[in-house]
Design a protein around this ligand. Structure first.
Ligand code: FAD
Length: 598
């Protein structure tokens, strides 16, 4: 046995990249080429493979570290006794680009029961948008979905039901806040069954609407689990039941000229957590089967904090544990600070740089043990534990290899800017192709894939050129207050040494925010000092998510501070804070104190 150090290989154009994931731990046995860490640059994320096989002795990097060629990732007890110090592995491929080796495709020799121009696998926001766009362009389309309703995670167990509950929580919070303004409502009583029924009605309205839209477009919806047979045929095993994916035994083969994979993702489950109804993922949390007094949120990202907001308003005391040094990673700290201050009353304990390492289900609760900077000495008891530690793509569950489609180690399917996989007849979109896992990204990718398919099948040169070239994709935490950001953050600009001009408009100067009794927020625009163009922005405050689109548009249009500041926004609105932030950047704002002349 030889102790060796595995280093970061040549990573191409990048001097330094950040570690965003550590995929192994001390004691793990790793193989050659097994991914060890994921790093992220401004252009792509990539997994760094191991250059040797053996047992991990010590991890030498942690989340957030910056690494470069030659940085030591870990020490390894190599199984090869004579192992020399290994050379760094070959440069890893970015997740967004096809790695080298494709699996050998199968050839299906049977006949097909039905044939379509385009088959879309998965009926989520990416899938139904692709199917509908392809049908609108004149193609014969089938949409394959294993569950009873279309809409995928977003409509059934994600964006929409969470917002239905967050709306109710916001009204309850607003009603209690009214007491400060002289209007006192009684203490609310919550009928959980009725609330759940309301949430289900909301999702039902939308998912039924999708069925109607599919019919209007003559899109054939096939209920069943799809898996690839080869690069031209998909097997569909029929499923039934209002919930779940129970197979009926009926199987059919559908042939396609083009396939669009939109099979999405599922919640990551921590393997050491016991099976217990009091330990849930976001889908379980949305069911509201438990009314907790003490709730633990494992993972301080958007999904966990949104669900925490709902449960806290309904009466739960919250603890949150996060491995990274901050909550809501990705957003600028100044935005998050406002949210954190406003929400401090909801939390008993915010444990940062801390890990959940064990949990025991006892009759009186789930006892959780922590390790790290914020870890309490004793295990803590909770009535409900929400795991919100991320989502994993479904790429390895659809027999993509039969079509020769490359699927990365973690289940993501690499695609090009036209959303095409390494196989010409197969496209992929949405959560399954990579971050950010957001519905609006999936929808736009779906449209691109459908247009390219239509261009090729119908021989339309313009459609053939369609590509996903969005400059930015906005992110929103629909907490209270909402936190929204898009493009380059101030922290990112600082880290990259990009000189910026900042325009920050505090909502203490916004007539509308003051009138609403909610002036804790601010609007911030970030301009490139050289080009004067807007490159990013963030908003924290009520309705921030509804306003962030304007910043995205400004970035896409290449606007500068004068363009935004001279665009007349209606008064008094929260939206006018965008114009005023631009004026602040330009030095022309008369709604804030004058800038002292030097
Ligand atoms: P999905 O929505 O995952 O859809 C994939 C579909 O494929 C599913 O219906 C699945 O059943 C089906 N499928 C998978 N495999 C097969 C198979 N073999 N055969 C047949 N069918 C199959 N995003 C936002 O933008 N805004 C938000 O506010 C937001 N809130 C969220 C809140 C929560 C609690 C969660 C969990 C997610 C949230 N998201 C939000 C993320 C958003 O839901 C996803 O990014 C989005 O749904 C991805 O769309 P998709 O089409 O790629 O995949």
């Amino acid at each position: 046995m030889a102790l060796i150090e595995v280093q970061v290989p040549d990573i191409g154009d990048f001097d330094e990249v950040g570690v965003i994931e550590v995929l192994v731990k001390a004691g793990d046995t790793v193989k050659v080429e097994q991914s060890l860490i994921t790093v992220e640059s401004d252009k792509a994320s990539m997994e760094i493979p191991s250059s040797a096989a053996g047992v991990v002795k010590e991890i030498k990097v942690k989340l957030g570290d910056k690494v470069a060629k030659g940085s030591v990732i870990l020490s390894l007890e190599s199984s090869d006794a004579a192992a020399p110090a290994p050379a760094p592995a070959a440069a890893p491929a970015p997740v967004a680009a096809a790695p080298v080796q494709a699996p050998a495709a199968a050839t299906y020799s049977g006949s097909a029961d039905q044939a379509f121009d385009v088959v879309v696998l998965g009926g989520g926001p990416g899938g139904y948008s692709a199917a509908f766009r392809a049908a609108d362009l004149g193609l014969k389309v089938a949409l394959v979905e294993r569950y009873a309703t279309l809409g995928g995670v977003c409509l059934n167990v994600g964006c929409i039901p969470s917002k239905a509950l967050l709306h109710v929580a916001a009204v309850m919070d607003e009603a209690s806040h009214m007491a400060d303004l002289g209007v006192v409502f009684g203490t609310p009583t919550v009928d959980i069954d009725k609330l759940r029924a309301h949430k289900n009605k909301v999702t039902g309205k939308l998912t039924n609407g999708l069925n109607a839209m599919a019919k209007m477009r003559k899109v054939t919806v096939l209920r069943g689990v799809g898996s690839l047979l080869d690069a031209q045929n998909l097997k569909v095993e029929a499923t039934e039941g209002a919930v779940g994916q129970a197979k009926t035994g009926a199987v059919q083969t559908v042939a396609f000229k083009r396939l669009i994979i939109a099979a999405g993702s599922q919640a990551v489950r921590l393997p050491f957590l016991p099976n217990d109804p009091r330990i849930v993922d976001s889908t379980g949390a949305l069911e509201m089967g438990v009314k907790p007094e003490r709730m633990l949120i494992v993972g301080g990202g958007i999904i966990g904090l949104e669900m925490g907001t709902v449960y806290s308003t309904l009466g739960a005391r919250l603890d949150v544990v996060e491995m990274l040094p901050t909550l809501m990673t990705g957003a600028d700290r100044d935005l998050v600070k406002v949210w954190q201050k406003f929400n401090a009353h909801r939390f008993d304990n915010i444990m940062l740089n801390t890990k959940t390492v064990a949990a025991e289900a006892r009759p009186d609760g789930i006892y959780v043990t922590f390790e790290g900077e914020g870890a309490p000495k004793e295990p803590q008891r909770y009535d409900l534990v929400l795991q919100a530690v991320g989502r994993t793509p479904n790429g390895k569950k659809i027999a993509a290899e039969n079509a020769g489609v490359i699927v990365g180690d973690r289940g993501f399917i690499p695609v090009d800017v036209q959303m095409r996989t390494n196989v010409p007849s197969v496209f992929a979109i949405g959560d399954i192709v990579g971050q950010p896992m957001l519905a609006h990204k999936a929808v736009h990718e779906g449209h691109v894939a459908a247009e390219v398919c239509a261009g090729e099948i119908l021989g339309d040169d313009k459609l053939k050129k369609s590509q996903f070239d969005a400059r930015v994709i906005p992110s929103v935490a629909y907490t209270d207050p909402e936190v929204a950001w898009v493009g380059m953050t101030e922290d990112e600009a600082k880290a990259k040494g990009i000189k910026i001009t900042k325009g920050l408009f505090p909502w203490t100067a916004s007539g509308r925010a003051i009138a609403n009794g909610r002036d804790e927020g601010f609007t911030k625009l970030i301009f490139d000092e050289e080009s004067h163009r807007i490159i990013g922005g963030g908003i924290v405050g009520t309705h921030a998510g509804d306003m962030i689109g304007e910043i995205a548009l400004a970035i896409e249009m290449g606007a500068d501070a004068v363009d935004i500041g001279k665009t007349i926004h209606p008064h008094p609105t929260l939206g006018e804070s965008l114009g005023m932030a631009a004026e602040v950047a330009h030095g022309t704002c008369t709604d804030v104190p004058p800038v002292k002349k030097k």
